[in-house]
Design a protein around this ligand. Structure first.
Ligand code: DDQ
Ligand code: CA
Length: 266
């Protein structure tokens, strides 16, 4: 039978039927035969928090006692800063009417936010979230994180690009592989403890990447979160934010009513 949703068609084109061990029909991250093989992990929910279900989550980062979130879709893309403990956003800024927002990264001086296909990143004031300048770049914008030295950016391919956190100029790149096979559709990113954690678009899996080699060292199945999923086929798992101290991460998805504090196990 013909499939109509993006999820179903992607699943049927890239995943052997019946291969999913975890949840439903979501496509899986490919794993090739080479060493090193990624470890298999899971997520253990520590607590649940509310998430505004109108937010089409693209970027998520915790700074101190606040959450920064950027969202997508033309006409509803916003950048927001709100208390980690819950309650009303301190600041919400709408993106321009023709912009489809993507990931974000906060550095001490700058909040960087991406657009999907416009070829520009925005340098914003981390307090007011207002745009200070627009910086052009090659290719698409998907995910972004800051490891303290460099920005790390995904663009929908298997490449991560390292960028200068002040100028946004590329300084290097690495190709991401899992058992030797390229992993494309790297989406929201989080720089955590020397690794890069990434959502892989349309999957329920989060990969841990060694940024020095591009190798996927672990794959975490988050398929149990937010079940049943919102009806919108674009309402996929997306959004990773490291929490201070515990090593736990916050996970959410596009249009999800819940954020989860989880421990990555394995
Ligand atoms: N991305 O965030 C994975 C980069 C893109 C998500 C796009 C989901 C909906 C596509 C609708 C197309 C409208 C131009
Ligand atoms: Ca993030």
């Amino acid at each position: 039978p013909a499939t109509t949703s993006a999820g179903a068609s992607l699943a049927s084109s890239s995943v052997p039927a019946g291969s999913a061990a975890g949840s439903s029909a979501a496509p899986r991250v490919p794993v090739g035969p080479s060493d090193p093989q990624p470890a298999r992990g899971s997520v253990e929910v520590v607590r649940t928090l509310e998430h505004d279900p109108s937010l089409f989550t693209q970027g998520l980062q915790v700074v101190g006692d606040e959450i920064y979130e950027s969202t997508g879709r033309v006409g509803s893309s916003v950048v927001q800063r709100r208390p980690l403990g819950g309650g009303e956003p301190a600041v919400t800024v709408a993106m321009a009417g023709d912009e489809f927002g993507e990931g974000l990264a906060v550095t001490p001086d700058t909040l960087w936010t991406l657009t999907w296909q416009k070829g520009i990143a925005h340098n914003r004031d981390p307090q007011t979230l207002e745009v200070r300048s627009e910086v052009p770049h090659e290719g698409e914008g998907w995910g972004l994180c800051s490891d303290g030295t460099a920005l790390v950016m995904s663009d929908g391919s298997d490449t991560l690009t390292f960028r200068d956190p002040t100028t946004f100029e590329p300084t290097g790149r690495v190709s991401v592989t899992s058992g030797g096979t390229p992993v494309t559709r790297l989406n929201e990113l989080e720089c955590a403890d020397g690794s890069v954690l990434a959502n892989v678009w349309m999957t329920d899996e989060i990969v841990r990447i060694d940024p020095a080699t591009g190798q996927v060292t672990a794959i975490y199945d988050a398929g149990q979160l937010q079940q049943p999923r919102p009806a919108d086929p674009d309402a996929v798992l997306n959004g990773i934010a490291a929490l201070p101290d515990s090593g736990n991460v916050l996970l959410t998805g596009k249009l999800w009513p819940t954020m989860y504090e989880v421990r990555l196990v394995g």
